[in-house]
Design a protein around this ligand. Sequence first.
Ligand code: GLV
Length: 321
Amino acid sequence: MLPPDDKLTLCFAHVAYRFAERYTQRGGKLAHFEVRSLEELEARIGEADVLLVSGMWRNHLAARAPRLKFIQSISAGVDQYDKDVLRGAGIRLASAQGANANAVSEHAMSLILAVTRRLAEARDNQQKRHWRGMIGDLTQREDELGGKTLLVVGIGRIGGRLARLAKAFDMKVVGLRQDPAKGSEGADEVHGMGELHAQLPRADIVALTCALTPETRGLMGSTEFAAMKPGATLVNVARGAVCDEAALVSALASGQVGQAALDVTAEEPLAGASPLWAMPNVFITPHTGGETRAYEGNVLDLLEANLPRLRAGEALVNQVV
Ligand code: GLV
């Protein structure tokens, strides 16, 4: 199990977050170091008993980490970790579920508003010093959200908060989750994920907020895009791989999917050659949905809750392995 506090070393591995600074400011007493690149992590992971990491994780690192007992994921999603590799190496894992729930739900709501109010186009026009006239074509005009139906695919912490935000805009909210008995999280209705095909045609906006799992990989393909209301909006703040991206590009090109607001893409960073960049009906943010100035503190709260649980052999907060 974990060594005593005076022998325990934390490693904070993230390209940008200021964990070491925040940990010290909060009065954290454990020995720690911070790495900013995979190369540095590869070189120093052998020194760590506990690792905080998200996108920098690679499964080959487990074999280089003889002391490592626990990964407190910085990300809510844990699709990057091979759970069998971790189990085999005796490394426990907890997700950061909840740490970014406010940020991602607010980002999803911002994307919905941006698309509905055509903010991206306004900014493009601003750069051209172009004062756009009013629009007669109803398919192109700004719209309002009241009375529109939002389908939240994967209604957990993030999707639930999005549902509550959308209710404040007088939307009708339908949620889908693996186990609808877990509750509606503020949506007007909740159904099992198996209802996806039945619910897609009702939605003016489909928001993907689910985790990437074997069940949700490729969940939205050509059949699902064809089942959407013609011209409806897709918002993806989940993972790019939840969509078949080639099918999405075709559906956007034909107008079957009217517009997409994407915070995530199948490959990140999105390749320069991707057709998504130049599509007029696509609004892209670079996987910044979870960014918040509160992030480090939210994850350190989880770490501090989990260390005593690890020692006591109790279930972890957001336990995965
Ligand atoms: C962000 O995508 C996360 O999983 O936290």
